[in-house]
Design a binder for this molecule. Structure first.
Ligand SMILES: *[C@@H]1O[C@H](CO)[C@@H](O)[C@H](O)[C@H]1NC(C)=O
Length: 525
């Protein structure tokens, strides 16, 4: 199996080099060296594909990352500043300077940092360096909520019904609410953090909620202009992976469900969405492709929808980058989306068209974080004194940027790894996920691994009954009162301490005086 895989990979990269790397190939740019303007797991992820394709990779790093995994993996690495990302990973000038100095043909921004920065995309272009991402016009259009909703509506993508007009009279707002259909959300235009926001469930309830929202908005933002929107009860967060090329092709690679979130951040994602029929799947995919085509999208993108209990879905926003959770889409389609990105950025056509993209099996991703779930998921940092993971294989991926002995830095996102698994169906994939989580051992800092086990073992999660309210709704079962450690655990801990002490005293035995020897003998059992 290994040999066949190797041969296939070789052939594959040879075919790729025929297409991408030969400067003589008409209309196709040369990408022989790529700078990865990022750190951690995504930098390592991109480099792995670059290596497979025979493309040299250039890393940039901050002072805090001098000895990190992505630096070790790169063919070349350049220091770009202090730990604070403002002065390193977010510094356009420094990244561009390294791109020029190193002779990189392209820049891969990963996610976060400069990935959705139109100024940076344009600056790369001006320097004759390929920005691996969509045209800056698409980033700009999608970055502004009201603009993106207009474009989507015009392209026939379902958007959430709402009134954003200037007429703020009670009568008008109430009439609009009836038109949209209850329940509706009344929201301060300048609002944020849940302030100036009320839900009206019926016409009878509307005016009272409106007044209450206005009062709070005046107090919080000194502005009581309201908008009215359809309220979706316990929605699901469903997003579609799309891909476009420079030749006008765009495809979808099915949907991901990323409903289960804490602090508005995803923790477990899966593909395809549980319980979604082939018909809804096709509608979702086609709507997402319309969205991509409406902005002449090129490269990897994600179209986010909210979905109600009846599987109606509404456009929320488009993310114009590779997402953290892209591996689950790769697992169910047998694709390498970073490879697609590099090929498309060089001007090639999409490797597959819609009819050739086949959905197979089910995939989960669990994000392993340095955080304390029992303390409102407070982010943590610290050394990875011990780290052992389940073995990676074709159906199990460990996407990480740290090794045993490394630090999880307080300067950046506290994600330690993404555990990605595949199975023939959802229940097989879930079983594998839980099996692998149990084999994940980290000592040195708090992690959410036990929480991920509770979450993935919850009967409603097993049934695929997920929504963005999942964690608050099942709080009591997900956070049982802490139990006293068992007798076995206490014995193991005591034994661990004794063994450690013995090791220490042994180290001193040869150089120290009689007292140390005595204590060695005493603790030597
Ligand atoms: C899904 O979970 C919600 C929240 O716990 C519950 O109210 C609902 O009955 C469940 N749906 C199904 C179909 O079991």
């Amino acid at each position: 199996v290994q040999a066949t895989k190797l041969v296939t990979q070789r052939l594959h990269s040879e075919i790729i080099s025929m297409f991408i790397l030969l400067p003589s190939c008409p209309g196709v740019a040369r990408i022989e060296k790529v700078l990865i303007a990022n750190r951690g797991e995504i930098a390592c992820r991109v480099m792995r594909t670059a290596k497979k394709m025979g493309v040299r990779s250039v890393a940039v790093y901050s002072e805090a990352d001098r000895h990190s995994m992505h630096v070790a993996m790169a063919d070349e690495a350049y220091h770009i500043g202090p730990a604070a990302s403002q002065q390193s990973y977010l510094s356009m000038e420094k990244v561009l300077e390294v791109a020029k100095k190193s002779g990189s043909h392209a820049v891969h921004p990963g996610y976060g940092f400069l990935s959705e920065n139109t100024e940076f995309a344009e600056a790369c272009k001006q320097e004759g360096i390929i920005f691996i991402g969509p045209p800056s016009s698409a980033i700009r259009d999608m970055g502004i909520k009201s603009t993106s909703k207009h474009i989507m509506s015009a392209a026939g993508v379902p958007i959430i019904g709402g009134y954003h007009g200037e007429d703020q009279s009670n009568e008008r707002l109430q009439a609009e609410a009836a038109q949209i259909g209850y329940p509706v959300m009344i929201k301060a235009v300048r609002g944020g953090g849940g302030k100036g926001m009320r839900i009206a469930r019926s016409d009878a309830d509307f005016l009272e909620q409106l007044e209450s929202a206005r009062r709070e908005a005046r107090k919080s933002f000194n502005d009581d202009v309201m908008l009215v929107e359809k309220f979706v009860e316990d929605p699901r967060h469903v997003e579609v992976q799309v891909f476009g090329d420079m030749h006008g092709n765009a495809v979808y690679l099915f949907e991901r469900d990323c409903s289960v979130q804490r602090r508005h951040q995803k923790i477990i994602e899966e593909a395809p969405g549980p319980g979604i029929s082939p018909e809804v799947r096709r509608k979702l995919g086609e709507a997402a492709v319309r969205a991509a085509k409406a902005v002449n999208y090129v490269g990897a993108g994600t179209v986010e929808f909210i979905m109600d209990a009846q599987h109606n879905f509404y456009f929320m926003e488009m993310n114009t980058r590779l997402q953290v959770e892209h591996p689950v889409s790769e697992m169910i389609t047998g694709t390498d989306l970073v490879e697609w990105q590099l090929r498309v950025a060089a001007g090639e056509r999409l490797p597959l068209l819609q009819d050739d993209i086949i959905l197979r099996g089910h995939s989960f991703e669990a994000r392993i974080y340095a955080e304390d779930p029992n303390n409102d998921f407070l982010p943590g940092a610290g050394p990875l004194l011990h780290l052992s993971t389940p073995p990676a294989d074709l159906d199990t991926r460990i996407e990480t940027g740290v090794r045993e002995g490394d630090e999880v830095s307080a300067h950046y996102d506290p994600m330690i790894a993404k555990l990605v698994v595949w199975g023939e169906d959802r229940s097989a994939a879930l079983k594998r996920l839980r099996y692998c989580l149990r084999q994940y051992n980290i000592v040195g800092l708090n992690t959410n691994i036990d929480f991920l086990l509770s979450l993935s073992g919850h009967p409603e999660f097993e049934a695929g009954n997920v929504s963005t309210s999942f964690i608050p709704q099942h709080y009591a079962e997900l956070f049982p009162a802490p139990r006293a450690p068992s007798g076995d655990t206490i014995c193991q801990a005591a034994l661990g301490l004794v063994l450690q002490e013995r090791k220490h005293t042994q180290e001193f035995t040869h150089t120290s005086n009689g007292e140390t020897r005595a204590s060695y003998r005493a603790s030597g059992l």
